[in-house]
Design a protein around this ligand. Structure first.
Ligand SMILES: [Zn+2]
Length: 376
């Protein structure tokens, strides 16, 4: 299902196969939380933006419209008109960050929906069942997300529970895939490494879950407010214990520089709401750094966002026009800006892959890591 075709240092060029196609890695997953990309971008647009794999959210789709509804409509691919690979996250992160009045027990978590306050129970089996109903290509294991900084003893107990939950996820996932009416009987399952910022817990947990033979391994609970250097240190510590022949996914990361540095530390999959969220606020990425579109200096600027960019937005519209749309609060401003930023991220991954293929990733990293995060 996954093959590393080339390496440079710890960085890997890979090919990942799943039921809805082939993904060339390193890859950035484009986030469509509620089966839509925020900013008025549809799955049809994603094709034009160079997206290889879309990510949707188990918690949100369970709360609304309900995974039983999506299943009755033929699964998420058919529902949102995306025929490429889809990863669904487990809902764990949202249960622990969005939902109110949580109660954590060994069986799972009871919480109040952030939409209507309805009491919902979600444990490993429920998360697997929801993701099976959605029919994604990759399901994520249900884990406990602990806020940083956390006390060592709590983090340790939480990691142990996350391992027990992963064992339950694996059993339930196998059972659901084998059902004759499974939406996607070839769904794969990724386990998630936790352990807050404690290197010994991280390493021990990765060693434990590596034995459970998941289809891939994610590193969760990072990029949640800790300094970037700590995140890199954890990645450096954990990487040697992540199975070499399986894909690695760094959840919720990050800026263009974070991604380049993640690739340099052996990561294959990334996802982040940042490019779309920043676009909605007028922060746009270029190959020379990030710009603020709302700036007065762009009032009469007839050039595109980035002269080097060949996205549908840069091919047609000027900064002056886009700035006007944003000032006038036109919905079109959000859509066009989100399209540019997502294209930029997908292009960034393409250029990383090209550099790896050419044996020139170190050069690429030296040239762009840092520069791309700067404000110009
Ligand atoms: Zn562009």
């Amino acid at each position: 299902m996954f093959e590393v075709v080339k390496t440079e240092g710890k960085a890997r060029r890979g090919v990942f196969q799943c039921a809805h196609g082939t993904v060339r890695t390193p890859v950035f997953m484009n986030v469509g939380t509620q089966a839509a990309i925020k900013g008025g971008v549809s799955a049809l647009d994603l094709k034009e933006l160079g997206c290889q794999i879309e990510l949707s959210n188990t918690y949100h789709l369970h709360v609304r419209p309900g995974d039983d509804t999506v299943r009755a409509l033929g699964g998420l691919h058919k529902f949102m008109r995306w025929d490429g690979p889809i990863l669904t996250d487990s809902g764990g992160f949202q249960v622990f960050s969005l939902a109110k009045l949580r109660q954590i027990r060994e069986e799972g978590v009871t919480f109040a929906s952030h939409v209507d306050g309805r009491r919902i129970f979600m444990g490993p089996e429920e998360s697997m069942c929801i993701q099976s109903n959605l029919g994604s290509d990759i399901a994520m294991a249900f884990d406990e997300c602990v806020e940083n900084p956390a006390r060592y003893e709590y983090a340790k107990a939480s990691v142990e529970r996350t391992t027990r939950w992963l064992e339950r996820c694996i059993r339930e996932h196998r059972r659901l895939n084998a059902l004759p009416d499974a939406v996607n009987p070839h769904q794969q399952l990724f386990g998630i490494n936790q352990g807050c910022t404690y290197k010994d817990l991280r390493i021990h947990h990765m060693q434990q879950i590596a034995q459970l033979d998941c289809d891939g391994y994610a590193i969760g609970g990072l990029a949640v407010g800790e300094p970037t250097e700590i995140m890199y240190e954890i990645l450096d510590a954990v990487e040697p214990y992540a199975p070499k022949e399986k894909p690695r996914y760094l959840m919720g990361v990050g800026t263009p520089s974070n991604i380049i540095e993640g690739v340099a530390r052996g990561v294959d999959f990334f996802d982040c709401v940042m490019p779309a969220r920043n676009a909605r606020h007028g922060k746009l990425y270029t190959w020379k750094g990030a710009i603020n579109l709302k700036n007065e200096k762009y009032r009469l600027d007839e050039s595109p966002i980035d002269a080097e960019c060949d996205c549908p937005v840069c091919r047609n519209f000027s900064k002056a026009y886009l700035r006007h749309l944003m000032k006038a609060e036109e919905v079109l401003a959000l859509r066009l800006c989100v399209m540019h930023n997502l294209y930029f991220y997908n292009k960034l991954m393409q250029r990383i892959r090209d550099a790896l293929d050419a044996g020139a990733f170190a050069q690429f990293r030296a040239e762009y890591s840092g520069v791309l995060d700067e404000r110009i």
